[in-house]
Design a protein. Structure first.
Length: 501
């Protein structure tokens, strides 16, 4: 009964006119940035963080959440219509969705993607509501040693689930941890790695790093690889799938929702991995695997359900433990800190309206998306005709304005430019930036809890293995490392990422 009373509180909060407005703004912006390749939810949320100063905490977080899962919807539109995924998690949708569009079934493919996304979002939001409170109760028993071990698990998982080379992913995490050391020592007050620049005494601006590595670097990559877009300008008709398509999508949709709900909780971009895992599963269980890559309904329904379920369940560790499962969740934590809210298990008890309001808003946002997206397909297609050389200066200007407005610090603009170049170089070296950002976010927390645990235990490192929860988490991290280095697992992992490329 407590669950239902909490959900009633959340629905009352999310259904207020002001919060409904910001939910609508969030899902529309999310769909827009998902449709337009080269922007992405991460850069958009980073740019909008300064706005959260002026909003109520619940409204701002509902809007940012809407941008995130709205981008998952929007990314499938370009993947299906022009074979250009707006979001990386929609890359696998392009394999069969675009082929369906070329066969004159663009409307059906878009509807399958929207219905699969809506179903997965609805189910996974219920899972967030179901599992978040028990995890919060467990998290309240955590001390410094447990939090340190939990963050080790998060960083190890981000290495294991990163795209491409494990060694490169490890390097990205280490680089992120080193960048997190810039600033003032938390106990001695001594400046570290600031190179005499007073503006960096509080550390590197998280927004500047995120916008540079994700936003500016992505723009540079798109300018380098811009190609003529083959738009399907014919009228997109038949927006409701046939009975045959509906029957074909039910089982993949259910399997994709289950896969995405499980993998979305894991750090390191679980929504992206879920889409590719779902596609692999559907190809394996299909009686006609040769259809995949030629317009298979299961190749659209499964991955789209998986990536949306993964996007929703990634809120679980952020809301209950204060640990980001991906860069967007790291930005959400930044928004909470801006509002003076300490992320972690106390949010559910101290801010119940905020906690349950965000969860309830996901249901409302998913309903808005499925109602709004299909009628607006024509508008999204027209937006894709805007040349990229017109879009990218506007995007860069908004990035710069957003970053500067956070602290009014010109050095943050230098940081954006610098990390934009770093992100571009890393992309050329096929190094994924997500582990870097997770390392940067978790690094200071990792150090703080490590040193606090050592102070409490009077320098005895055995505290990390004598406390049961901490020991279990460290064993879990070790098990993940061992499994990912097994030859059979490495081979399968390489196959998945080759399919993605």
């Amino acid at each position: 009964m407590e669950l239902f009373s909490n959900l009633a509180l959340g629905l009352a909060t999310a259904a207020s006119p002001w919060n409904l407005l910001f939910c609508l703004i969030g899902v529309l912006l999310g769909t827009l940035v998902g449709v337009l390749p080269g922007i992405g939810a991460t850069a958009t949320i980073a740019m909008l963080l300064p706005i959260t100063f002026q909003l109520e905490p619940v409204s701002s977080l509902i809007m940012l959440a809407g941008i995130y899962y709205g981008a998952q919807y929007g990314g499938s539109t370009t993947a299906i219509l022009i074979n250009m995924p707006g979001e990386s998690s929609s890359a696998v949708t392009a394999l069969d969705g675009y082929q369906m569009a070329r066969r004159g079934k663009a409307g059906s493919a878009l509807a399958i993607a929207a219905l699969g996304s809506f179903f997965a979002g609805t189910v996974s939001t219920f899972l967030v509501a179901l599992f978040a409170p028990p995890l919060t109760s467990i998290a309240l028993q955590f001390g410094a040693a447990e939090y340190f071990s939990l963050m080790v698990v998060g960083l190890v998982s981000s290495i294991a689930l990163a795209h491409g080379s494990i060694v490169k992913a490890l390097g990205m995490v280490v680089l992120g941890l080193l960048l997190g050391l810039v600033g003032t020592d938390i106990y001695s007050g001594t400046p570290r790695f600031t190179f005499g620049i007073r503006e960096y005494s509080d550390g590197l601006n998280f927004v500047a790093v995120a916008v540079g590595v994700f936003g500016i670097a992505e723009i540079l990559r798109n300018l380098e690889t811009e190609k003529t877009r083959e738009l399907l300008m014919a009228k997109v008709g038949g927006l409701f799938p046939s009975r045959e398509d509906l029957r074909a999508m039910i089982a993949p949709m259910l399997r994709g929702t289950a896969i995405g709900s499980a993998l979305g909780i894991l750090p390191g971009g679980g929504a992206i991995l879920a889409a590719f895992a779902s596609y692999t599963v559907e190809k394996r269980v299909s009686k006609t695997p040769d259809e995949f890559g030629r317009g298979a309904v299961a190749g659209v329904a499964g991955p789209e359900s998986a990536n949306n379920a993964g996007a929703q369940t990634s809120f679980i560790p952020m809301l209950t433990l204060g640990i980001p499962a991906n860069p967007v969740m790291a930005l959400m934590i930044g928004a909470m800190i801006i509002q003076g809210i300490v992320p972690g298990p106390n949010v559910a008890t101290e801010q119940p309206a905020l906690f349950w309001g965000i969860i309830a808003s996901m249901w409302i946002g998913n309903l808005m998306l499925v109602i709004l997206n299909l009628p607006l397909i024509g508008l999204w297609v027209k937006l894709l005709t805007v040349p990229y050389y017109v879009l990218f200066p506007i995007i860069m200007a908004f990035c710069s304005i957003g970053v500067y407005s956070v602290n009014g610090n010109a050095y943050d603009l230098y940081a954006v430019a610098f990390f934009g170049l770093i992100g571009y170089v890393l992309a050329k070296l096929r190094c994924e930036p997500a582990p870097l950002l997770l390392g940067f976010v978790l690094g200071p927390l990792l150090e703080e809890n490590l040193r606090r645990a050592m102070i409490i235990s009077r320098g005895d490192p055995s505290v990390f293995v004598t406390r049961p929860i901490s020991a279990i988490l460290l064993l879990l991290a070790l098990a993940v490392l061992v499994v990912v280095f097994l030859p059979s697992v490495r081979k399968k992992r390489d196959e998945v990422f080759v399919e993605e490329d």
